[in-house]
Ligand binder design. Structure first.
Ligand code: BGC
Length: 514
């Protein structure tokens, strides 16, 4: 569909929107920022289930796990220090996301990606060479800084480069790379656990430098987004990039709209204060609640602790890591479903279907564990029940991978007006990382105290969030990013906060009650 402006369902405009080789390539390179995020999620769970790693850095956890072999299954790995190793990264990432917001806005999206890659590389060197817990945790903090930068800038970059009609698909490249990173880490864990001498975990932690190198070099060759170039006064460059990514000279309408959005944005000096204004209430609520709910699906219980969880239900070392590889594969392939469907079926349909599937799977998983281990946490799971459990965990992961996983990053990055987009994305990253930290830090204790009820706890949240989506999330598929305000103004509830005349959401034109 080259040329001409077409009025879409929301009453707004759409612009030339075909997939060009250039946009595909730039988005592919930028998505590799997801690799560092994913690699890290996958590697820590595996490493913390390796005896040699535990013996070297967390001997008390190792001793406890050994001593508890035949007693309470729910509590054998419960250690705050061990969880701190996993979750310290997320604390660093959440603190960094605010700095990253300014770098992203003032210097452009690409330099934020570059900073992310560089710090992540430093962290991987420190971790691979670690000789004590301090070095390990320092390394994790640097990795966290890297993730903070990358997760702030990459989703924004993708949403701004993509033509509206393909925005969902291209943005989900980030999540796809995240799942590839997780899977690669799972496979590397599976391989390194058997390396004689017990130093295999060093390879796993050190190899994080590879995805870091990809995004660092990638960021250097990428152009910045037209929106960011215009916002920083490089209008000619912006037009050139726009012509290149859209594959046509007929980009005037889209360009004019970007300039208008940028003029409105430049009238705003304090994005952090502005974003709290009434007219941004809907976007702010959604951008904060979506990552909050994403983590309350309980996904990282599986992602971080799948091997530990599988050990808990009675699999051996190898079988546990193998089961983690299986969930990693499901996670990756199911994300492709989302890529294919998101711009056709829309965000809401995926959220509602995926949420329901996850709700049912959580109930089944909780029940299977309850039947086997009861509240005392003693017993052994039969092989067939253990595999049935793996099956439902896979159904749960698949549901996540085509709904809350990708959409948890896509939706916050596409709902804001330019002037507060970067600030809004930081809020999304910050909420996501805070919740990831809390769940990462408390899962082993929660499992120990809530037992199988933990899975019902997450199922309860699934119910709440699916209802929230049904009532409060407007459909954003195919709507140009600069026209998003129309969607909010037409919503049965949020319409009270936003009026259609606040075209790009900000600046001189005001909305209700402001
Ligand atoms: C989430 C991560 C999660 C991953 C799993 C991401 O969207 O933010 O917390 O581990 O998906 O694929």
């Amino acid at each position: 569909m080259a040329g001409g402006v077409v009025v879409n369902a929301a009453g707004g405009k759409t612009y030339p929107g075909r997939m060009t080789a250039f946009v595909f390539f730039t988005c592919l390179v930028a998505s590799s920022g997801g690799l560092i995020f994913g690699y890290d999620i996958g590697i820590s769970g595996g490493v913390t289930s390796m005896d040699s790693f535990l013996k070297e850095f967390f001997p008390s956890v190792y001793a406890k796990a050994e001593a508890n072999k035949d007693t309470n299954q729910y509590c054998k790995f419960d250690s705050q220090l061990l969880t701190l190793f996993t979750s310290s990264l997320y604390l660093a990432a959440l603190a960094t996301s605010f700095v990253a917001a300014s770098v992203t806005r003032v210097f452009g999206r690409k330099w934020s990606m570059f900073c992310g890659g560089l710090t992540f590389m430093a962290g991987s060197v420190l971790n691979g060479a670690a000789t004590d817990v301090l070095m390990l945790i320092m390394g994790r903090i640097l990795l966290g800084v890297g993730v903070g930068f990358a997760n702030q800038s990459v989703p924004l970059y993708l949403s701004e480069m993509a033509p509206a009609k393909l925005r969902g698909m291209l943005n989900i490249g980030f999540q796809l790379m995240t799942t590839i990173g997780i899977l690669a880490a799972n496979l590397i864990n599976f391989w390194t656990v058997s390396i004689p001498g017990g130093w295999g975990w060093r390879i796993g932690l050190g190899l994080a430098g590879v995805p870091a190198l990809i995004i660092t070099v990638g960021a250097l060759v990428l152009p910045d987004t037209p929106n960011s170039l215009i916002a920083r006064g490089y209008n000619d460059d912006a037009k050139k990039v726009l012509v290149k990514i859209r594959g046509t000279d007929d980009v005037h309408d889209e360009y004019d709209d970007m300039v208008a959005a940028s003029e409105e944005a430049s009238a705003i000096e304090h994005p952090w204060r502005n974003i709290l204004e009434r007219r941004y209430r809907p976007q702010l609520t959604v951008a904060a609640l979506i990552p909050f709910f994403q983590q309350l699906t309980g996904i990282n219980v599986i992602m971080f602790y799948a091997p530990v969880l599988f050990l808990t239900i009675g699999f051996g070392d190898d079988a546990s890591l193998m089961a983690a590889v299986i969930t990693g594969l499901v996670n990756m392939f199911a994300t492709v479903v989302s890529i294919v469907c998101v711009d056709r079926l829309g965000r809401r349909a995926l959220f509602l279907q995926g949420g329901t599937q996850m709700f049912i799977s959580q109930i089944v998983v909780g029940t299977l564990i309850a039947l086997q281990f009861g509240t005392a946490g003693v017993g052994e799971m039969s092989r067939s029940n253990a595999w049935l459990l793996v099956l439902f965990i896979c159904l749960y992961v698949a549901g996540f991978a085509w709904s809350w996983g990708p959409l948890g990053w896509l939706v916050p990055s596409e709902v804001f007006a330019l002037e507060v987009r970067s600030a809004g994305q930081s809020i999304a990253v910050c909420v996501n990382m805070t919740l990831t930290f809390i769940i990462g830090q408390s899962f082993l204790t929660m499992l120990c105290t809530m037992k199988f009820g933990l899975f019902y706890f997450f199922a309860g949240w699934m119910f709440v969030m699916t209802t929230f989506i049904a009532l409060f999330l407007p459909e954003t598929k195919g709507v140009p990013i600069e026209e998003m305000n129309l969607v909010w103004s037409q919503h049965w509830f949020w319409g009270k906060y936003v009026t259609a005349d606040t075209q790009h959401g900000g600046g001189s034109r005001r909305s209700n009650g402001v």
